[in-house]
Design a protein around this ligand. Structure first.
Ligand code: G16
Length: 543
């Protein structure tokens, strides 16, 4: 087999976003596009003689990309690649395998919750040897490399069979096709009380539905819930991964997971519902007729962590992204532990987890996780909730209501304006930034501005800084409005407006969040002129 050196020229748009490089499938199918980025990873991290993990969420182009990457890895002197069977590996399972086997890192092929198929999106991200997303320093290096690339190396060889578990070779490189679920399930079994969850799921009265949205968690969820944990067949819906996710949008929120929402808010609703996204790192939690916001979910998990075997000794600390509500902060305060506020993006939790400063992490964007891996973990969150339900023997709603009684309620909502023209979205943010100095002390709708800034972060472990991570307007009563442009979209820009207010008095808790947040929604419009700047009358998604 010969190694071919192929001449190439850079693509200017290969700067990784919040979570790797995400583009349309068509962009990735341009000549040398994928190859350039992969060679840039290899050059910047140095892969000769190393072991890598490789897999993806099974979306369209996954298999072709894996064959290309394997041949490039062989040509670049990689010693061994561990590939999930069929090329399938969820993001948290990849993190687990990197950590368990101490590999140099891993490559995950996914555009997460973005739609798939020939007209959908594709993505690639590199995770480092702690199992987590590459930190900014690494992504900057590989982007710089992608901008000067002149050639890449690839082995001329036949495609490998990815579907049979076992060892193969490609040139001099070892390729190990492994069972995508085994290591990951073992890890989860070491954290949760599977016997107790088994009892709950087989007690004849408790009913749950897991919506895998035709994405990567299907096989894991079938094996875990219907296999190991004894739930009846049919518990997992949309459990067969499809290259186009059944033409759906595998984003577990109230809009895109509507099949599940209809069931949980319908007649004779089951007790518990959950969904996860394209690559299995996000989760949505529902009770019968009840939605748990991701911010509340983090707070509830933290408050109940000692009920779960893996966390029975308590938490070292909690970390949340800046736009996530402060519900978890109140739990941290009552537990006497630290709560860290980081920029959006799971990579910012890595150092805190590695340094043992945080045990649980969460984001408003339906991400929750812990120090068991270095990614957010959808099925982990579902099991955590099931473990709590099994111990407390209460409904999801009762647990959350009691939580609000104890800690007060952080009303929370995110309004997304998707597909905004990039120039218009940038103008909106630039104007807002310009207005920040004039806002302090101003009273709007009865809310007095306490601070108005663009969030910047200094990592408490390595001192690295990240600027311009979201425009925040905080009010004296703790309420907030935050504006950010998404770092994960592929078409135009997505404006996210995050709204939060706090109500300590449990007697006032039966508000609809949109109603409770109405004064802040109006303030957001008045300071940012969202309608005229975006040309949209209302958000495309409200969660
Ligand atoms: C990615 C990151 C998350 C982050 C989210 C934000 O999620 O992994 O840590 O919260 O993006 O997205 P945006 O920049 O669009 O607000 P995922 O699930 O897409 O990998």
């Amino acid at each position: 087999m010969t190694i071919r050196t192929v001449e190439t020229t850079p693509y200017s748009d290969q700067k990784p976003g919040t979570s790797g490089l995400r583009k349309s499938v068509k962009a990735f199918q341009q000549p040398h596009y994928l190859e350039n980025f992969v060679q840039s990873i290899f050059d910047s991290v140095g892969v000769a003689g190393q072991t890598l993990v490789l897999g993806g969420d099974g979306r369209y182009y996954n298999r072709q990309a894996i064959q290309i990457i394997l041949k490039m890895a062989a040509a670049n002197g990689v010693a061994r690649v561990k590939v999930g069977q069929g090329g399938i590996l969820s993001t948290p399972a990849t993190s687990c395998v990197i950590r368990k086997y101490g590999t140099l890192g891993g490559i995950i092929l996914s555009a997460s919750h973005n739609p798939g198929g020939p007209d959908g999106d594709f993505g690639i991200k590199y995770n480092t040897n702690n199992g987590g997303p590459a930190p900014e320093k690494v992504t900057e290096d590989l982007y710089a490399r992608s901008q000067t690339i002149t050639e890449y190396k690839i082995l001329e060889a036949a495609d490998l069979d990815l579907d049979r578990v076992g060892d193969r070779t490609l040139g001099e490189m070892a390729v190990e096709i492994f069972d995508s679920a085994q290591d990951y399930q073992e890890l989860l079994e070491s954290l949760f009380d599977f016997d107790r969850i088994h009892q709950l799921l087989t007690n004849g009265s408790f009913r749950m539905v897991m919506d895998s949205m035709h994405a990567v968690t299907g096989p894991y969820a079938h094996a875990m819930f219907e296999g190991r944990l004894g739930a009846p067949a049919g518990t997992v819906m949309n459990g067969t991964p499809l290259e186009d996710f059944g033409q759906g949008h595998p984003d577990p929120n109230l809009v895109y997971a509507h099949d599940l929402v209809d069931i949980l808010f319908g007649e004779d609703a089951p007790d518990f519902g959950a969904a996860s996204d394209g690559d299995g790192d996000r989760n949505m939690i529902l009770g019968s007729q009840f939605f748990v916001t991701p911010s509340d979910s983090l707070a509830v998990l933290a408050a109940n962590a000692t009920l779960v075997p893996g966390y029975k000794d308590g938490l070292a600390g909690i970390a949340r992204s800046m736009p996530t509500s402060a519900a978890a902060d109140r739990v941290a305060e009552s537990l006497g532990i630290d709560c860290y506020e980081t920029p959006t993006g799971w990579k910012f939790f890595g150092n805190l987890l590695d340094a043992g400063k945080a045990t649980l992490c969460g984001e408003e964007s339906f991400g929750t996780g812990s120090n068991h891996v270095r990614e957010k973990d959808g099925l982990w969150a579902v099991l955590f909730w099931l473990n709590i339900l099994a111990v407390r023997q209460q409904s999801v709603e009762q647990i959350v209501q009691e939580h609000w009684q104890q800690f007060g309620r952080n009303y929370y909502s995110r309004h997304d304006y998707e597909g905004v023209e990039s120039d218009r979205a940038n103008t909106l943010i630039t104007h807002l930034r310009g207005a920040l100095p004039t806002l302090k002390g101003k009273v709007m709708n009865g809310y007095e501005v306490d601070y108005a800034d663009d969030f910047s972060y200094t990592d408490p472990v390595d001192g690295s800084t990240s600027q311009k991570q979201g425009v925040r307007i905080g009010f004296t009563d703790g309420s907030r409005v935050v504006f950010r442009l998404s770092g994960t979209g592929t078409q135009g820009a997505t404006l996210r407006v995050y709204l939060e207010s706090y109500e300590a008095n449990a007697a006032k808790h039966d508000h609809d969040p949109q109603q409770a947040l109405k004064p802040l929604i109006d303030i957001a419009e008045s300071v940012a002129s969202i309608r005229s700047n975006t040309g949209m009358d209302q958000p495309t998604v409200i969660t």
